[in-house]
Design a binder for this molecule. Structure first.
Ligand code: FAD
Length: 689
């Protein structure tokens, strides 16, 4: 962020004054930035119209995805078009094509766009965004399209990217068919929002393209073959082909692995240290330290670490059993057309695909039920599956509310009859791919250059509807807990862990506590001027990046003192919240930091579940410190919020609106606008999930 304390104080004062006279929208647009990295790769022909035409495609589905959700829905939609209408569909990531010829695409286009950050497009959509935002009036008058946005209403700019794309496409004369679809992850309705949008679009397309609907029949995009045995080219779950014995990783003369390490190729990092920060009856929190030496990966304080998990052994076995699959079967997939990509390293084994490459534990979608009807092992099961796939409410009662994963759900529907009728291609193409989980880095790149700390709360709770069933568990956090116990020589057999893992990984690649990771850059950055005041609000694991921030300031001050410089830091005020005193994260560290920061660091703690005490949240504490908070904001403070996006981030924003409105004697609407302005200019940053 280019704007710093002093500049900003002047600027903020000016803007507040102008705000009263000018239209707010124009100010917002002035302050809005369209940044992002250009990460597109060029492989083969990138001309979208040419590729569609040359491959005789009669429908195009595009997606712009940040974490894989938009991609997942785009693929589901494409498959349904193929299965129901026998269309020859091309489904493509916008990152891989150029769009100058978009107006010449001779088919209808469905666009799936996720919103990320402050209403931003996903990183890979930079070219696409650029193209449509600069398209001239009438330049896309031949284009016929529909659009589905994936967003979260707890964020300020709900479905901001899809809405922006829609606005520019419409201005360029493109013709939209049907409504703009808007999925809301905040309300937990993404799947149902998709189903409603999809049904209306399919009806429209039927008329528009005069399509005959057939009984949905799965057609694979791959040629599937079974191989005889495992050799060095067969993946056993390696995160990318580079890790296969047949593929020497590039290393320089010093033995440094050559990246770049990113979403397509993570680095296998040793966890050098891990410890339990607290453990109560039902909750655990794990601190893990990853060593990035030898990777050339650089991180900045405030970035995210992506961790690539594998599935728990119990869940893998359950899945294999329900589908009656043999884990040792070696198979290969070859795309049947050049626009399709194999989703993970192949050839591989059935067991490796299920353990490492597919998300088998999450909630099940009604859409998946509907596409499984064709595979029902008997007529009773087919009837039940058909009923549940059509009845949203019954599906919610019988499947979703019981926290069933795909194997639980199918076992329940068929009464235990095996689903050996389902092909491996269907599973590979219909179950989402395993995606890495992101963690706010809790170390500082100034004090720990090569080591990245993460602070994770272990997801593990009893199934509320089925108290005798296995608990509902998160994949990555339980893996981190298993590693923490193994690393600290706890006898796992003597613990009552809900799930266990193959900690050694494929060909022992993860042995001695290693996991695949990559660093994702974020915008969450301390102001460059150390005298700028800073307000941090981070309850629970939301405190993670603030531990990094404070460690950064401690090291900075130390270096300055050693260099003979007498720097005075601005006030750093941290609002932290925990349930009680047992789950107070890094409790022993904060007083040390306060001592080293010579009084410029202060921590305010809220407890929400102290026995016999009123519940207090960080929002309440903000109000208790109203005068100080207001004065700091007036003096150019940067505000940072991290943690729960649903309740906390909104509550904090509301509390700050109140503080500004009272402090400046302005209306709530004007204070809300001021907060928005702080957000768009980078002086109010959120890292919420
Ligand atoms: P998952 O396997 O992803 O499961 C997610 C949830 O679904 C769990 O609660 C699980 O119990 C539940 N579940 C499992 N099966 C089902 C089912 N069949 N039906 C319904 N529910 C089910 N987390 C932190 O702890 N610390 C951080 O610093 C942190 N920083 C983050 C930063 C960013 C930018 C983002 C996006 C997220 C961050 N998170 C952080 C959250 C983190 O990424 C993970 O989402 C979280 O740790 C859970 O991951 P998991 O793999 O353990 O659970």
């Amino acid at each position: 962020f280019g704007i710093d304390n002093t500049d900003f104080t002047v600027l903020a004062g000016l803007v507040v004054a102008v705000l009263l006279y000018l239209k707010r929208n124009s100010i917002k647009e002035l302050l809005m930035s369209d940044d992002g990295d250009i990460t597109a790769v060029s492989s083969g022909n990138r001309d979208i119209a040419q590729v569609v035409t040359e491959n005789n495609k009669n429908y195009l589905v595009l997606y712009a995805s940040q974490t894989g959700t938009a991609e997942d829905y785009a693929k589901k939609f494409s498959k349904e078009l193929v299965a129901k209408f026998n269309l020859n569909v091309m489904c493509a990531d916008v990152e891989n094509y150029d769009f100058e010829s978009l107006n010449d695409v001779p088919v209808i286009v469905s666009i799936f766009i996720s919103t990320y950050g402050e209403g931003d497009f996903p990183d890979g959509a930079v070219h696409f965004e650029d193209f449509i935002c600069n398209a001239e009036e009438g330049a896309l008058s031949n284009l016929r399209y529909n659009m589905f946005g994936l967003g979260n209403s707890t964020y300020e700019f709900f479905n901001g990217a899809a809405k922006k794309a829609e606005k520019h496409l419409s201005a360029a004369g493109a013709n939209r068919l049907g409504k703009l679809g808007e999925a809301d992850d905040g309300a937990g309705t993404t799947d149902e929002d998709y189903m409603a949008w999809k049904d209306s679009i399919l009806d429209l397309l039927k008329d528009e393209l005069h399509l005959d609907e057939q009984e949905a029949k799965f057609t694979s995009q791959f040629e599937y073959s079974v191989l005889d045995d495992i050799n060095d080219s067969v993946s056993l779950g390696e995160p990318s082909l580079h890790y296969l014995p047949s593929h020497e990783l590039n290393r320089n003369a010093d033995g440094i692995q050559l990246g770049p390490f990113d979403l397509s190729q993570p680095f296998i990092a040793p966890i050098v240290k891990s410890r339990e920060l607290f453990s109560s009856n039902d909750r655990n929190c794990i601190h893990s330290e990853f060593d990035l030496s030898g990777s050339n990966i650089k991180y900045s304080t405030g970035d995210h670490l992506a961790i690539w998990p594998s599935n728990p052994l119990e869940k893998v076995e359950q899945f294999l059993s329900v589908f009656d699959l043999k884990p040792e079967t070696v198979f290969d997939l070859k795309p049947l057309d050049p626009t399709v990509k194999v989703p993970f390293p192949t050839p591989t084994t059935v067991g490796a695909a299920i353990k490492h490459y597919l998300e088998i534990t999450g909630p099940v979608s009604r859409q998946l039920f509907s596409s499984l009807i064709q595979f029902a092992p008997n007529s009773d099961t087919k009837e039940k599956l058909t009923l549940l796939s059509k009845d949203k409410d019954q599906f919610a009662v019988e499947i979703t509310s019981k926290y069933f994963n795909i194997a639980d759900a199918l076992h329940y529907v068929s009464g235990g009859v095996k689903w050996n009728t389902v092909s491996m291609q269907f599973l590979v193409e219909s179950i989402p791919q395993m995606t890495p989980r992101y963690y706010s880095i809790s170390s500082s790149s100034l004090s720990e250059k090569q080591t990245v700390h993460v602070t994770s709360i272990v997801e593990n709770f009893p199934n509320p509807e089925l108290p005798d069933a296995a608990p509902v568990v998160g994949v990555t956090t339980n893996l981190l807990r298993n590693i923490q116990l193994a690393q600290n020589n706890v006898n796992i057999a003597e613990t009552n862990l809900p799930v266990h893992y193959d900690l050694n990984g494929p060909r022992n690649l993860f042995a001695n506590h290693k996991l695949p990771v990559h660093v994702r850059r974020s915008n969450f950055r301390l102001p460059s001027n150390p005298s700028t005041p800073v307000i941090m609000i981070g309850p629970g694991t939301g405190v993670a990046p603030f531990r990094g921030f404070i460690r950064e300031r401690v090291t900075f001050l130390d270096l300055q003192k050693k260099g003979g410089n007498n720097i005075s830091l601005g006030k750093h005020l941290l609002f932290y919240g925990s349930r009680n005193t047992d789950d107070f994260l890094y409790q022993e560290e904060w007083p040390e930091y306060a001592k080293k920061l010579d009084g410029s660091f202060e921590m305010v703690v809220a407890h929400s579940r102290l026995p016999n005490t009123k519940k207090v949240y960080v929002q309440d504490k903000l109000k208790d410190y109203e005068d100080q908070v207001f004065e700091m904001i007036n003096n150019g403070a940067f505000i940072y919020v991290c943690g729960d996006a649903k309740g906390m981030a909104k509550g904090v924003s509301t509390a700050l609106v109140g503080i500004l409105s009272r402090g400046k004697s302005i209306s709530t609407d004007d204070a809300t606008e001021l907060i928005k302005m702080l957000k768009t200019s980078g002086r109010y940053q959120e890292d919420v999930w």
